[in-house]
Ligand binder design. Sequence first.
Ligand code: ADP
Ligand code: MG
Length: 321
Amino acid sequence: SVLADQIAAGEVVERPASVVKELVENAIDAHSTQIDITVEEAGLKRISVVDDGDGIADDDTEMAFKRHATSKITDRRDLFKIKSLGFRGEALPSIASVADVTLTTSTGGVGTMIHNVGGHIVAHEPAAARKGTDITVTDLFGNVPARLKYLKSPTTELSKITDIVNRIALSYPNIAFSLVHNGRELTRTSGRGDLQQVIAGIYGVQSARKMVAIAGENPDFKVTGYVSLPELTRASRQYISILLNGRYIHNYQLSKALVAGYGSKLMVGRYPLAVLAITMDPLLVDVNVHPTKQEVRISQEPELTQLIQKTVFDRLAQENL
Ligand code: ADP
Ligand code: MG
């Protein structure tokens, strides 16, 4: 029901940045190579995500707006070896229940356009479309004024959008991303697969030059990425991005381990810039802890934190630091 969707929306779609995150993750799951995000008025006026991915077959388009309709899990056991970013089938119905959503999609042939207002499909017709999907969200939270009131200033909401897009772009160097706000380009990556180039695009060329590649592994985990030399720091941990099997996660213990790898080389209250990609058997991680899937439970976390700390420490030692 629309009410159930609105309740789920309270958890999944907290703010414009959550909408961007869910739509972009869907585009990634659909094997896109290019994802263009356009936002107006910090997302409150319009959010649009255009991809060149698989598209949705006409027969499946209405289903995509139904709760717990996911094309990504067919078996309960799949929950324990999740590789796609989405799997709960909550995002589209949740977003549609609190906004006006137009979906135009094609799997290659004649496309489909579906217009959904406040959780109800008001139009479903053939549309000319190239392969891929275009989802445009307007009037976000128009029917939930309480949610609107709870949002921060447009500047803050926009910075949350930029932050999430940048982290996702860092996670997928092989996908070309662009983010445009009110006609101004904020992020663009080439999709050529070079992580250092993505870092340069996001944090600037000067910063990228002060970052070094790291790599370490043990039988259960592999860590790769880039960390800044101790001369390049920030006053917050926010510039540490941790990716677990390609999924951007929040994990205090892991970022703490990364910082610990610097030993006494960092001043108190200063933190490195870093992109840390962890690869592990999906069976050893539970991503189904929270609807946004940013919190995870990892078995053998102590082994992983040790590996991270040692990998960073050894790499800095190589620089005679
Ligand atoms: P989930 O991602 O958890 O499966 P969503 O509500 O986010 O659920 O999306 C519902 C379904 O709609 C997906 O399983 C997928 O089949 C389809 N879908 C959504 N966005 C896209 C997209 N950009 N490209 C292709 N298919 C999509
Ligand atoms: Mg999804």
